[in-house]
Design a protein around this ligand. Sequence first.
Ligand code: SF4
Length: 349
Amino acid sequence: MPANSFSRRVLAWWRRHGRKDLPWQRRPDPYRVWVSEIMLQQTQVGTVIGYFDRFMERFPTLERLAAGSEDEVLELWTGLGYYARARNLHRAARLALERHGCLPPDLDALTALPGIGRSTAGAILALAHGEPATILDGNVKRVLARHAGVDGWPGTPAVMRRLWALAEGRTPPRQAGPYAQAMMDLGATLCTRASPGCAACPVAGDCVALREGRQTDWPAPKPRKSLPERQTWMLLLHDDQGAVLLQRRPPSGVWGGLWSLPEAAGTAEADTLARALVGRSPTQWRALEPIRHTFTHFRLHIHPLVGRVHGPATAGVKDAVQVWYKPGQPPPGGMPAPVVSLLDGPDGP
Ligand code: SF4
């Protein structure tokens, strides 16, 4: 199968059926393409649109993003998850301006920035600059792995090399931008994970997965390992005014830089921690239903403990690492989704 036959069919399909009116497609400058690509990693288009629009309203340019605070960026990211993406976006904006004065139109310079891999750089170059660059995001990997019958989990270097070779070999030297968009659309709307619409697919004629009736065998899933389980006790310490104590998490690691609840290693430690934080412990603790939150590398069981601490008014007092936050007020920054749901829930302050 000549490579250009593949790209011709994909492009012809996209012209008729592809998505052309997504917010970042309306004005595909490098900055907007970059932000959309980062948001679209691990997140569906339907979810990303609202986040993208709010982000662009607050940070319409690279310069505005670089001038913003990490708290503002993380706040706009609350609910999207994978917060390292947001921290890297912010750092990369500052570094790009420092080093290049813009988002550089160059693969090596782009991939030297935090959070920009080869596929994201390819998307920026192809979609915003019209360069003959190649993308290989999750959707494209799925289409190529099925169409060519590529065995093995795409997380391994050997499989990735094979997929990159296929992806590059099929990228047309002209029309790389529309082709990149077309491949993403094909994966997102037709060659879907669970039920591919092969009957409408433009490359069905020579698709190995369809011929062998093994569409859902490719790409091979990540070898399963059981996730480690961790436990934590989150303290909802309320003051007399309904404010709750939040702490900023360390800048890197799980939920890095987000505002979260103080955590103890067990109920026995809750009193000691409360005294260390606010000088007294509640007269009694009330345990709420545990929450389970799954990260890529472990599963966290959160045991919320509610306690009221009487004392001087403290709402609104914020320093670098802790704040008394009154739900309903503007948040101090980004917050992990389980914390947002605890504060919004019927047992919140
Ligand atoms: S024929 Fe089916 S499995 Fe093959 S690429 Fe098209 S949608 Fe995917």
